[in-house]
Design a protein. Structure first.
Length: 68
């Protein structure tokens, strides 16, 4: 199974939508754990990379960041 790649500022679409109805999250911090923010309500959660890799359905690269 290929690992999804994502970077700071990218939007990730998760398999399971947040209770607010939004399934898009922005990556706001990268580290051993990754912090993401719900694009609709602004709720923030921290996930381990493994948890996030499993949860991601799709990655939408941030606008303007061509250099990856
Ligand atoms: Zn939300």
């Amino acid at each position: 199974m290929p690992q999804p790649t994502y970077h700071l500022g990218d939007v990730v679409v998760l398999r399971k939508a947040h209770p607010c109805g939004c399934d898009r999250w922005t990556v706001i911090r990268m580290g051993a754990d990754v912090r993401i923010k719900c694009n609709r309500c602004g709720h923030r959660v921290m996930l381990s990379r493994n948890e996030l890799n499993r949860a991601i359905r799709k990655v939408e690269t941030a606008v303007g960041s061509d250099l990856h």
